[in-house]
Design a protein around this ligand. Structure first.
Ligand SMILES: [Zn+2]
Length: 326
């Protein structure tokens, strides 16, 4: 048996997960710990090391051929560094160097770093909803809104690994809310879980006693017909539709895949999204663009990181060469 075995790390604001994925895209081992997001850089590094300690002790690790890392962004894949918005202690943090230096990582295995949404796109293209499709926008609609692109059958990462950042496309340039990124009217300010819940609450929606005002709770209310909850999802779907139509016009797409926690709302989100997309995607080559739910859910980050290390390995832009000896 010469099947390739992939190591995968998924660094997020709430958890750090690691996995070993076989040649068919099946997760065969898994480890995770809570992210010490408010801790020091050293505490963060120790948490990553503990996940790697656990994985490298598994028998499957001895066959490891490649290692992929998906991280909350921004990332700089050419420098091998990460600066996750929700992990303040890591700014320009040399994650690739630290992972490479772990004693359990074989010397010949060069870690491949990408942003988490780019990893998700790679995973959906490998074994998920985008299998066999050449031009795909994959979106993660969650606490934030991210995305990744498959173009001409290959993962498109951009020089620093941030291509596909659809959450920060401006869809309301005049009166849209200010965005923490510094711009105005970004998709994320309308369509993230946080934005959906905030809009519903501002409109006068009140969650049932004992229920937190989350996007999931707003979805329950929307399904029950609450007009403020319906309006919050309609607003989110409309912003996503405008951004999808713009992306389709720019690069030509065959398919859009939407995952992330907010996509769990199902038709409550997809219904208004598709309805508005019909109004925005009106050029002949953008009309009728299918929008489907992601197939990978809980382990999407790990499957994606493995895909980036192997089947979807970018030709350039995310493969950091070891430092030259001088
Ligand atoms: Zn923004």
């Amino acid at each position: 048996m010469n099947a390739l075995v992939y190591g995968a790390l998924d660094i997020g604001g709430t958890k750090i997960a690691g996995g070993i994925v076989d040649n068919d895209g099946h997760l065969v081992a898994r480890s995770q710990c809570a992210t010490p997001a408010r801790g020091t850089a050293e505490e963060m590094t120790a948490a990553v090391a503990s996940v790697l300690d656990d994985l490298t002790a598994r028998p499957e690790w001895s066959s490891l051929s490649r290692l992929g890392i998906g991280s909350a962004g921004p990332v700089d894949t050419s420098a091998g560094t990460v600066s996750p918005v929700n992990i303040p202690a890591w700014r320009g943090f040399p994650l690739v160097d630290r992972v490479r230096a772990h004693p359990g990582v074989p010397g010949g295995v060069e870690p491949v770093l990408v942003g988490d949404a780019v990893a998700m796109a790679a995973g959906e293209h490998w074994t998920g909803a985008a299998r066999g499709v050449d031009n795909v926008l994959c979106m993660v609609v969650s606490t934030g809104v991210g995305g990744g692109l498959i173009l001409d059958g290959a993962l498109h990462t951009g020089p620093s690994g941030n291509a596909g950042h659809i959450g920060h496309l401006t869809v309301d340039h005049a009166t849209g809310p200010a965005c923490p990124c510094g711009a105005r009217g970004c998709v994320e300010r309308f369509a993230s879980g946080t934005a959906i819940a905030a809009y519903a609450v501002e409109s006068g929606w009140v969650p049932p006693a004992g229920v937190a005002p989350t996007a999931a709770a707003v979805a329950v209310a929307a399904r029950a017909g609450d007009p403020r909850a319906v309006a919050a999802y309609d607003r989110a779907g409309r912003a996503l539709a405008a951004a999808i139509a713009a992306t389709a016009a720019l690069v030509e797409l065959d398919l859009v895949v939407v995952g992330g926690g907010v996509a769990q709302a199902g038709e409550t989100l997809f219904g208004p999204l598709r309805h508005h997309l019909a109004d925005y995607a009106v050029l002949g080559f953008t009309r009728g663009l299918p929008v489907v739910a992601a197939e990978h859910t809980t382990d999407a980050g790990l499957i994606g990181a493995a895909a980036v290390a192997g089947p979807a390995r970018p030709a350039r832009g995310t493969h950091r060469l070891p430092p030259a000896h001088s």
